[in-house]
Design a protein around this ligand. Structure first.
Ligand code: N2P
Length: 409
């Protein structure tokens, strides 16, 4: 915490507790030592659990009886729900779910801004959700209708108040971090005796390494708001900077590695597992999925999500109701279903994503619970870059920087 402001410290502490609550022993220790800071985590927000928000106008008259057509339209990221979970909900509820996917926050943003999405539930990262709330694109949740809300980790909810003051609009779907993922076997071969860098970000941002790894394939997420924050962080700037000059500096750094980047993709699980890329800027959960898939396919290669010495970038993808959702009652039923501990445990076990469900740990497999890239250790959590948001000026600057980078200019 050496260089952190008090705000940063308490924010990081909230993350820290969020990570720890998955490990009750450690949590107990911290609680004892830091009761005052924990209280501060809770102070900024309204009570998370069962705080009845004002009922949305449309739903008020018929709260008890669900007269909606038995349909629910969900728009979520790919590879982000265990197999059969939608079918299980459909069977139990009689509600037919249409489940579509988007690959970047930018794509979801464009859809929401265009309006009439037809979707009831969407899952934006908090980095985008803040402005979507402010822009009236989402509607407040009627928390009285979500009884399993009590399963959610208050520390994670406190963290989310930065995007959603009072926790009125958003609930966590899944969280992880943007980092460097590698096929270690292939990377070591391509480096040909050159030692692995101390800071894993060097593998994708330092030409000394990228020049070697281009032979086995470097992949970047295809999203300005993923790559620029990582690049800014790498050059020692605020990952969510509002300074246009910082974006120019990041673009200059990126330009030096452009020729070594083989592909831009936001669904690179198969690319990594199948050997098209040996080093990637990707999402922790997806990299772990790739590792599992490679094993299933009989590969002996070791695929790993790395924990860079300077930290990775946390993201929290959040459940939200669109402003014009046609099936809010069905949406509440699905949200409550998703927040059951057994479903959160499946998200961890099968999708290697953390959901912030504090009552799921009993059902999480030991090999998942002990994976430090899924349930992050508190000391590493303190190094992570927490999510923030962008001004529209910064959005323009980062889109320009990204486009120039991708075009190779
Ligand atoms: C995709 C998970 C989305 C993470 N599998 C990025 N927000």
């Amino acid at each position: 915490f050496a260089n952190a402001s008090l705000g940063q410290v308490s924010r990081r502490f909230c993350y820290l507790v969020s990570g720890m609550s998955n490990n009750m022993k450690k949590l107990a220790l911290v609680l004892a030592a830091s009761a005052a800071m924990l209280a501060a985590c809770g102070k900024k927000e309204e009570p998370v659990v069962a705080a009845p928000a004002p009922a949305p106008v449309a739903a008020a008259p018929a709260a008890a009886v669900n007269t909606e057509e038995k349909v629910l339209n969900i728009y979520n990221w790919p590879d982000y729900i265990p197999e059969g979970m939608v079918a299980a909900f459909e069977k139990e509820s009689g509600i037919k779910v249409n489940y579509d996917t988007f690959e970047t926050n930018e794509a979801l943003q464009a859809k929401l801004v265009a309006g009439n999405t037809g979707y009831d539930i969407v899952v934006p990262g908090t980095v985008f959700a803040k402005s979507q709330i402010e822009g009236g694109l989402l509607q407040p949740l009627d928390k009285a209708r979500i009884k399993n809300l009590a399963n959610l980790d208050p520390a994670l909810m406190a963290t989310m108040t930065k995007a959603d003051p009072g926790n009125k609009y958003l609930l966590p779907w899944g969280w992880s971090f943007t980092t460097v993922g590698i096929n270690k076997t292939k990377v070591e071969k391509a480096l040909a005796g050159m030692p692995m860098p101390e800071n894993a970000w060097d593998l994708v941002f330092d030409p000394q390494y990228t020049a070697k790894l281009k032979s086995c394939g470097i992949a970047f997420l295809d999203s300005p708001t993923e790559i620029l924050p990582a690049a800014l962080h790498y050059i020692g700037k605020d990952a969510y900077s509002n300074n246009v000059e910082d974006y120019k500096a990041a673009a200059a750094m990126l330009a030096k590695v452009r020729k070594d980047v083989r592909m831009f993709s936001s669904t690179m699980i198969d690319d990594i597992a199948g050997g098209k890329a040996c080093a990637a800027i990707g999402w922790g959960g997806d990299i772990n999925i790739a590792a599992g898939r490679a094993k299933e396919n009989g590969s002996k290669d070791v695929i790993e999500a790395l924990l860079p010495s300077t930290g990775a970038l946390i993201f929290i993808d959040s459940i939200a109701l669109t402003k014009d959702a046609k099936h809010p009652n069905n949406a509440y039923a699905f949200i409550d279903f998703y927040l059951r501990p057994e479903n959160a445990a499946r998200m961890a076990n099968e999708m290697t994503y953390n959901t912030g469900n504090k009552n799921a740990m009993d059902e999480v497999k030991p090999e998942i619970a002990s994976n430090k890239t899924i349930f992050v250790d508190p000391d590493y959590m303190a190094k992570m870059v927490p999510p923030s948001s962008f001004t529209s000026e910064a959005r323009a600057a980062l889109a320009n920087a990204y486009n120039a980078f991708k075009k190779g200019k």
